[in-house]
Design a protein around this ligand. Structure first.
Ligand code: ZN
Length: 130
């Protein structure tokens, strides 16, 4: 059970939805302004298709220039899915409640600060050194 009130969750939901819309429009504009003909064609589809598929669409066309935007879009979608599932604000690592101050700054946070730090340290250790 999340410690967040319904009103707080609704606020995060709106914030995330708005961010998703902004990102979608930013992705659309970047594609449209590209000299690449394929990108311009893909741009037309970005605004009509379902939420999750924007990320798939960019991946399908190997549009790596927008990888950062696509990754953030995927994070926003995942956070909205957690709201729908009732697990928003719960740490994916220790299952404790993520501090609301952290969520206000970073509403797509999957982990509490401690677990995130541990996770990043682990990911770094696992990077193969060639
Ligand atoms: Zn945690």
């Amino acid at each position: 059970m999340s410690a967040l009130s319904q009103a707080e969750i609704q606020k995060f939901k709106k914030q995330l939805r708005d961010r998703g819309t902004d990102l979608r429009e930013a992705i659309h504009a970047s594609l449209l302004n590209s000299d690449n003909k394929t990108y311009s064609e893909v741009a037309g589809r970005v605004l009509d298709i379902g939420e999750q598929s924007v990320v798939d669409l960019l991946a399908d066309f190997h549009i790596i220039e927008l990888e950062k935007e696509a990754a953030e879009f995927a994070d926003v979608e995942a956070a909205l899915a957690r709201i729908a599932a009732g697990t928003f604000g719960q740490c994916a690592g220790c299952k404790a409640d993520i501090a609301i101050e952290r969520l206000r700054i970073y509403p797509t946070a999957k982990r509490c600060t401690e677990c995130q730090t541990r996770h990043e340290r682990m990911a770094k250790d696992m990077t193969p050194s060639l």
